[in-house]
Design a protein around this ligand. Structure first.
Ligand code: PGA
Ligand code: ZN
Length: 447
């Protein structure tokens, strides 16, 4: 589709910026003929799944090998000339062109970080040109080739239920414990702002508990959560549940727990799970039984990456044996990849899909994954990465795409609060035109 001249891409510039871990990442600006400009910086994971789109790193000694000068150069020399002249409001066309230029399924040649930077900056520029907030320009139906992205949003606008990081282990906290994140979900809150207030109370109360027990709160994990070397993984669940009570709230009623186990990080090649902080090795059945016991003892409403990313049979078993009312969320399992989501639907491996745009590599790929999951009745959660930036587009994605849930880390650290603050702004501005997702969203309801 040939857009009106004003929404045509006139220029693309990219440069190396830093993410919240101090590692280089790709920043990009897309300029449209009519003067609108979109700017985006891509995030980066630490516990990356093996099926993600592949970001391009320079290697060598500069920044410990994490440099992205090659990816920046790919934007300048290859992606820029390919998209100049395309209509920025036709995201599907731009993203298809970017994929064609890269030429690899996982975008490793130009680099998924280079491709996503252009894809995101295009969406932002397109929204600006239309005079719309980003969430609104993303709110239309799934665009097919040649169709504009924009469409009328459904009413009321759905604000996502936040999933907020309280305590971290795994790759986010120097492996203080084996499981990666214990999060708080304000299932009893009727507004987004009140939900955030509740979980911040839980974070502060949990920090005070750690302090009073002499475990210290000096360590801060990658996503801004608390990090403490606890004797067992279960102790982390007990601690945050105690934190909910210490905040004067009822566990499970006001605030519940979500756990990102990130089990691929401690699953071994022989199919066992090695809990290093407890010095225990469990086979799959033993591990699932352990997690099942946690669900009986603690108010857990969501379990993410409970098993190894390629153990499809195990995931189907987990879906059958773990409590039916618990969200079983696939992150590394699905890697925001349509084929893997199709496979998961076919073998009933999980009932929820985590959507990380940089796992997919383009906005269109990520949106298709989310739409397919919703169509199949699965819950969806859009997610930031452990290495993130001050950008707020993820908040707009959650609202525009009606994801129902969002996960961006703690209520501390500006790269995290930037997204919460954007959602607070939207709730404020939309007033009665918006509602926050209720707990049914954990069951794939309320889209
Ligand atoms: P990552 O962590 O960004 O390090 O992958 C986030 C998650 O696992 O959900
Ligand atoms: Zn995860």
């Amino acid at each position: 589709m040939t857009g009106s001249r004003s929404t045509e891409i006139a220029d693309v510039v990219a440069w190396e910026a830093l993410d919240s871990r101090g590692r280089p990442t790709v920043a990009c600006r897309v300029h449209l003929a009519g003067g609108a400009v979109g700017r985006a910086i891509v995030p980066s994971g630490a516990s990356t799944g093996s099926h993600e789109a592949v970001e391009r790193r320079d290697g060598g000694t500069r920044y410990g090998g994490w440099g992205v000068r090659g990816a920046v150069e790919a934007v300048r020399a290859e992606l820029r000339p390919a998209v100049i002249g395309l209509d920025a409001t036709c995201q599907v066309d731009v993203d298809r062109r970017l994929e064609e230029v890269d030429g690899t399924p996982d975008l490793r040649r130009a680099g998924a970080n280079a491709v996503l930077a252009v894809s995101l900056a295009t969406a932002i520029a397109g929204a600006r040109a239309l005079g719309q907030p980003l969430w609104k320009s993303l709110a239309g139906p799934t665009p097919l080739a040649g169709e504009p992205t924009a469409g009328e949003p459904r009413e009321p606008v759905l604000l996502p239920m936040p999933m907020v990081n309280i305590l971290s282990g795994g790759a986010h906290a120097a492996r203080a414990i084996d499981i990666q994140d214990v999060l708080a979900v304000p299932v009893g809150a009727g507004t987004f702002a009140y939900g955030l207030e509740l979980v911040e109370r839980v974070r502060a109360a949990t920090a005070a508990l750690l302090d009073s027990r002499g475990d210290g709160t000096g360590l801060v994990a990658d996503e801004g959560g608390l990090a403490a070397p606890l004797p067992t993984n279960e102790a982390a669940l007990a601690l945050v549940t105690d934190g909910i009570e210490a905040a004067g709230l009822t566990p499970g009623h006001d605030v519940a727990l979500a756990v990102d186990l990130a089990a691929s990080q401690f699953g071994t090649a022989d199919g066992t799970y090695h809990l290093r902080c407890e010095d225990r090795i469990l086979d799959r059945d033993g591990w699932l039984a352990e997690v099942g016991r946690w669900c009986e003892r603690y108010p857990i409403v969501s379990l993410e990456d409970v098993l190894n990313e390629d153990d499809w049979e195990g995931w189907t078993l987990a879906a059958r044996t773990l409590p039916e009312d618990c969200q079983l969320l696939g992150d590394d399992l699905f890697a925001t990849h349509l084929d893997r989501v199709e496979k998961g639907i076919a073998c009933q491996a999980a009932n929820a899909v985590l959507v990380k745009p940089n796992q997919a590599g383009t906005l269109t790929r990520a949106q298709r994954v989310l739409r397919r999951a919703q169509q199949a009745g699965l819950a969806t959660v859009v997610s930031a990465r452990s290495g993130d930036t001050e950008d707020t587009w993820l908040a707009d994605l959650a609202v525009g795409w009606r994801s129902g849930q969002i996960k961006v880390g703690s209520t501390t650290r500006s790269e995290r609060t930037a997204k919460w603050n954007r959602l607070l702004e939207l709730e404020h501005d939309l007033g009665e035109a918006a509602v926050v997702a209720h707990r049914g969203v954990l069951r794939g309801q309320a889209y």
